[in-house]
Ligand binder design. Sequence first.
Ligand code: TXA
Ligand code: MG
Length: 315
Amino acid sequence: MIVKRATADSIKEAARLLRSGGLVAFPTETVYGLGADATDGKAVARIFAAKGRPSFNPLIVHVAETAWVKPLAHTDAWFDKLAAAFWPGPLTLVLRRRADCAASHLVSAGLDTIALRMPDHAVARGLLRATERPLAAPSANASGTISPTLAQHVADSLGDKVDMILDGGACKVGVESTVLDISGEVAALLRPGAVTAEQITSVIGPVDHAADANVSALKSPGQLASHYAPGLPLRLNARDARAGEALLGFGVSPGAALNLSVRGDLVEAAANLFAMMRALDDAQRFKGMAVSPIPATGIGIAINDRLKRAAAPKP
Ligand code: TXA
Ligand code: MG
């Protein structure tokens, strides 16, 4: 079996695989990532092939230390402040690539920018340190499907397309990182996540909410309207289930098939979101999914963003 519990030994083995061009799925605090050596163009190309991902979609590059950023990208005062405030953690920063950036151009999908983040997870950072390379890692799922928050989800979605899956248990945040573009004159929020716009504003001042507009589909191609899609049709802001539907509840929700958080806790709901959508999909008893209203505050903004995309018509 390619799923291995994350230990000092399996992390070393995974690092060897990565250094020789392999693909390793690993846990982060947000979701599982499908990792490859970001400096190895062929290895990065294998990520796109394994995910069936459109090649114009750029990838996030993960680093173990802030010092790893300097050889890759131009940094400025905004970067210093944001990294000090939120790294390690679920904030991805889009920066201008250095001319001599060692990362493959494929991670940037032809853009002159690169997205970087330092994950807040002992296994992820242990793997980065053991590999001694920045790792390109999109979410470890087939393109357009729900992101994995358990090793088993990765095995179900990608199977033997990966060389190894490091099992580090459930991801505690559960939705992908906030993506903030600080490569231009204004800081632009391209994808909402656990680090909120308010928190970012308190560190660097106002941010532009590109994620609200379709602009972000161009600036951040991962933000296609239909993304994170479950198999079943999804109905949002539902008070109860219609015939054949499974209700995915939030707070007190009588009749819910599953509940994101009975006590109405948004952090708990985010951690449960993708695993519960998968469980309802897999149950094969339902014609559709209805989701209770989720308050649009804090990480609730990211939850609503993912739900809206999951409900969008598929291309
Ligand atoms: O939480 C996460 O960010 C997870 C874990 C594994 O770290 N990774 C993840 O990667 O969600 P992915 O590839 O599924 O999403 C990357 C997002 C996409 O929306 C992509 O368009 C955007 O980041 N992105 C990457 N590079 C970019 C760039 N140079 N400019 C603008 N957007 C970029
Ligand atoms: Mg993804």
